[in-house]
Write a protein that binds this ligand. Sequence first.
Ligand code: CA2
Length: 147
Amino acid sequence: MARPVIAVLNGPNLNLLGERDPSVYGSETLADIEARCAAYADGLGFDVDCRQSNREGELVDMVQDVRHGAGIVINAGAYTHTSVAIRDALVTVTCPVVEVHISNVHARERFRHYSYLSAVVTGVIVGLGPQGYELAIAAVAARASTT
Ligand code: CA2
């Protein structure tokens, strides 16, 4: 039988992880993080569907596409702080959603302190590096309906 699927969605510039700014984002690449997510989810009995886009509308399409799955982990990157469109898409989701930020956005510039997404998701994990994705998968898995 097919296993439940948790979507892991990443936004703009996160495809560059590991290439620049290791003091802020660490040295793991997005491929490393996606492999970590797959291994962690596997241990909990879930598959992952990892996607990344630099385009706001594509992220909206992705959210719509996975909104009835087992759960969503989303790091919308800079769109977190600007996107009413991604927020509106998240409102339509029927599964648990956890917003993740690798860096502690509250310890950074003021414009990163506000998230358009936080009020419409199940929970938020910030500042714990790539481990935040695993913590988000654990939280989603614990709340997922697998029937
Ligand atoms: O801390 C996070 O995960 C962020 O979502 C990352 C976004 C940033 O705009 C948010 O405020 C917080 C930026 C991702 C950019 O990633 C890069 C990775 C390597 C080199 C340059 C950018």
